[in-house]
Design a protein. Sequence first.
Length: 289
Amino acid sequence: MQLIDLHMHSTCSDGTDTPSELVKLALEKDLVAISVTDHDTVSGVAEAMKAAEGKPIEVIPGVEISCEYVVPPMAGQPSRKKEIHILGYGMDINNAELLDVLNFASTERDNRNKKMAANFYDAGYTMITYEKLVERFGKVNIARPHFATLLMEAGVVGSIKAAFADGQLLAENSPLYVHRKYVSPEQGIKAILSAGGKPVLAHPIIYKFSVSELHRMIGELIGFGLQGIEALYSRNKGTDEAFVRKLAHEFNLFITGGTDFHGKNKPDLEIGWGEGDLRVPAMLLSNLR
């Protein structure tokens, strides 16, 4: 069976392998297609496509747009805001509307990073400044895993994962955390569509919505133009995949799958394999044609 991986991150966002290295790793696993889906940027797509030229692998242009969804009040619970991710596949990476949305997202992420770096420095974690982050990682879409790397290298935390644990330095409930402005799901989906791409809801299980909340959100996103849902995913457990496949059937969405590979930032995941048993069949490529 030919295999693919439609969800991975490079050094252009919060992965530790360059786009070219991702292609090399995928070839070593005999994958026939991949998509580099960096957070809020398509800057690594051209490099990956060039690295694949003349080789038995296809690189599908991809992106993962961070959006903020407002969960409406239900069953007496107040409304709340939740970060969700919209994957895009097969877009024109030079499309002006898409780039405008990604530039907004990147600028807001950068503003948040500056404020959060200042919080860490003022709290005594002097190994973190915005300038040190840029010097260490370059002009990429810096994210919290980059903060975690500096903390780990300084011996403040034992691992990147530990820095994100509830109540820890990089958790959303940390006093050092800074909330940033996001694009809306409607903006993200419509930007992908304007570039000729196919918008897909990423890893729906990890948002920890109730079933009714998830149904309501998917219905709203379909109204904006959502076409697919990521059913095969590394962090799925038990009946999670079957549940998402059922959602896809109920809402007439196609399915995709990927590992969410980040290199050393998620060391338990392998490209193409996930945690060891994930296999995404190449037949799913027909959904992106």
